[in-house]
Design a protein around this ligand. Structure first.
Ligand SMILES: NC(=O)c1ccc[n+]([C@@H]2O[C@H](COP(=O)([O-])OP(=O)(O)OC[C@H]3O[C@@H](n4cnc5c(N)ncnc54)[C@H](OP(=O)(O)O)[C@@H]3O)[C@@H](O)[C@H]2O)c1
Length: 387
């Protein structure tokens, strides 16, 4: 099953909104064939592995990271291929909650006299397909919050310069994550201050997916159409989530952004700017499976306040800035507001340790090699909610 999950991971970013699935055919404790679902609409992992196994599949065991399908979708049901191949035993990491499967895939096999088992490495399988599972359950994409900070929790220096807190290896790693995502999101503050490209660069984008959509949360339409990321919106699309008020009050700016190629989408106001719940809802309607929110602090503050982040990725650079004037990773309110005195509508209701968001499934790794004078960054990843 470990191998099946490794194979499945190779489909991530290529198969959405389908799940990533891997399968291995085992005879006498040896893997004789394997396969994974490699593109949306393409053949399923089981059929690839069984085809590769040929006559060796008869009497063999099939390990698959998700329950085999039993319905006609873009491809015929995998249960049919499994029965035809004469497999003796099928082991699935988890059942597929897809309404047309939901346990029926395994039931069909069992009824036909095949031994079945489910729940092997289930947690890992769930983590791998979190985006699929969340979309299926909620219609919304998996939301990953990412930032880079120093050991003393600063995401920029006192002048607001954050290039680059993290190492080159970490940035390369982020580009690998970006390429699995449908969208990369920043707040207007970061767009104005850093003029980020938000594209996949240090690695090749996946051919099935291309560049992620670039998204700016800009409730007052302050971003400049002649600067990045708006400037290159014709090459890589940019969506600006804003408010109806801003569209009415800043008509010229709105027209200039549209002329630059940006799509402007009005959503309701939220405590810190635009309603991020509405933004994510809209992304779900657009069919997105996985989005990466890259800051800055005010946007992340709202994201956490609205309890919208599913995962966090924190790159920690082994350096200390030691400046109280330098910002931390998640700040409440707008510029000029002074938390926590801000009254009533503070977007960050986390005031006490008891209310703090708790990370689960924590993993810690160092990213890249040590270079002279610099130890590698540390990446902490964790889950915040169910997905
Ligand atoms: N180290 C890192 O990982 C990292 C990553 C990104 C950025 N940064 C640094 O962070 C700094 C910028 O951060 P920032 O906090 O000033 O800006 P930000 O979080 O990028 O953007 C905040 C602005 O976005 C708008 N906005 C729209 N909807 C919002 C919502 N629901 N919640 C919060 N804001 C919303 C608001 O604009 P209005 O004020 O116009 O209403 C708000 O001021 C820069 O120095 C940048 O270099 C560091």
């Amino acid at each position: 099953m470990t191998r099946a999950l490794e194979l499945a991971a190779q489909g991530l970013g290529r198969v959405e909104p389908n799940p990533a699935v891997g399968a291995v055919v085992v005879r006498e404790d040896r893997i004789v064939a394997e396969g994974f679902h490699g593109r949306f609409g393409g053949p399923h992992a089981e059929t690839i592995a069984l085809e590769q196994a040929g006559p060796l599949a008869r009497g063999a065991e099939l390990f698959v990271s998700l329950e085999p399908c039993c319905h006609f979708g873009k491809t015929p049901p995998c249960t049919g291929a499994i029965l035809a191949a004469g497999v003796r035993r099928v082991v699935a990491a988890m059942t597929d909650p897809f309404p047309e499967v939901a346990g029926r895939g395994l039931a069909v096999l069992k009824e036909a006299g095949i031994e079945t088992a489910v729940g092997v490495l289930e947690e890992r399988a769930r983590r791998l397909n979190a985006a699929y599972l969340k979309r299926l359950r909620t219609g919304r994409p998996l939301v990953i919050a990412k930032w880079a900070m120093t050991l003393d929790g600063r995401v920029a220096d006192a002048s607001g310069d954050s290039r680059w807190i993290s190492s080159e290896a970490s940035r390369r790693f982020v580009h690998q994550i970006r390429r699995l995502c449908d969208a990369v999101v920043v707040g207007a503050g970061t767009a104005v201050k850093d003029e980020p490209l938000l594209t996949v660069r240090h690695v090749e984008p996946l051919p099935e997916r291309g560049q992620p959509l670039r998204v700016v949360a800009d409730d007052r339409l302050v971003i400049d159409p002649s600067r990045e990321p708006a400037k290159s919106a014709r090459e890589v699309p940019v969506i600006v989530y804003t408010t109806a008020d801003a569209l009415a009050e800043r008509r010229e700016r709105a027209d200039a952004l549209r002329a630059a190629g940006c799509e402007l989408v009005a959503v309701p106001k939220g405590p810190g700017g635009v309603s991020l719940a509405a933004v994510i809802e809209d992304m779900g309607r657009r069919g997105m499976s996985r989005v990466l929110v890259e800051g800055g602090p005010r946007l992340l503050g709202s994201l956490f306040a609205e309890r919208l982040a599913d995962r966090v990725m924190i790159f920690i650079s082994p350096r200390i800035l030691g400046s109280a004037a330098a910002p931390g990773p998640a700040a409440p309110g707008r510029k000029g507001d002074s938390p926590p005195e801000r009254k009533g509508d503070s977007p960050l209701p986390v005031r006490t340790l008891a209310d703090a968001l708790q990370l689960e499934d924590l993993t810690v790794q160092s990213v890249g090699p040590a270079t002279p004078g610099r130890s590698p960054d540390v990446l902490i990843e964790g889950r915040l909610g169910e997905f």
